[in-house]
Design a protein around this ligand. Sequence first.
Ligand code: PHB
Length: 398
Amino acid sequence: MTVERTRVAIVGAGPAGLLLSHLLAEAGIDSVVLDTRSRTDIESTIRAGILEQGTVELLDQIPGTRARTVGHRHDGIELRFAGEGHRIDFPGLVGRSVWLYPQHEVLTDLIAARLAAGQDLRFGATVTGVLETETELPRVTGVAADGTPFEFIADFVVGADGSRSVVRPTVTGSPSGGHFREYPFAWFGILCEAPPSADELIYSNSPEGFALISQRSETVQRMYFQCDPDTDVAAMSEAQLWDTLQARVPGTTLAEGPIFQRDVLRFRSFVAHELRRGRTALVGDAAHTVPPTGAKGMNLAIADVVLLARALEDWLGRGRTELIDAYADTALQRIWKAQHFSWWMTSMLHAAPGASEFDRQRQLGELRSVVESDAGRRYLAEAYTGWPLQTSPTAALG
Ligand code: PHB
């Protein structure tokens, strides 16, 4: 068994864990990042695609990150319903934009940047527990890639290890420990080889159910349609998948091409009851999950990390506890706003199983209230492009 000392033990080499190690290093605080997955797994798993403007501005400060150069700026989205498309013009409404830059590319950039800076990243390192978190020196135990048991003695432990977090029970007292909401539908996602079908993302509410036409590059596209959570990914032929997608975006002829990946994404909203206990805290999906409709997941993780990095810098660097004591309450304000936005976009755009004609007409009334109102479109644009990042309970980074 190896026993090592670090200042901050970060569990999880996702966007949250990697960004946190960067911000801590800038403040002169050493950390180790532990992840059970291999580097190749992390860099090749297809996840979300949309970065808020604040996220891109933060990534811009890290050498070698390519969100702005390789990613694509999107100045709007289209909401489509009742056979009409309505553009939400982000710069016109709120002076901000979003960038389409897939999460695995963000991870590739961050891993390269952290390794170039000499960061201690351990892949294939499976954390099994966090001990003595209420003491001055919590410990993280696990098994390294070569099978050797390890222990890290740290000043602080961060659970950035996703929705099946191993660290979460230490903070909440139980594996689930939070507020939950399940949805009666999921998304069927495809990746295909085809040119883009539209300039911007289309969020379509159709009588058959929701569809999202997203993109990845000039030659690869990402699309989703609402399905039953128990759908078998292999059950439909390519022709059936295209028919389903086409029927849900009336008015657009999708450019079709070979489908080379399919997956079913279940929808759930989750917020942990507690985000910090003693010297352990949760960030990102370990602390909360949102349905993907609002494109908030990765951005929310980054907002947690900006707050926690500042709080740890103040506490471990200067002995001041105000920010760490305020971390959970401050982070939760944004988390619940993002929970609301994600739930709202989801409920406004999807066909709920068993919905009555009243429900359907009310939903169209809601969509019309948003697109025909300057205030409605502005709220959507504000939330989608991202509220200002905060570094403390009162200071917002415009
Ligand atoms: C994606 O491209 O994967 C994507 C885009 C927007 C969303 C969700 C997913 O709201």
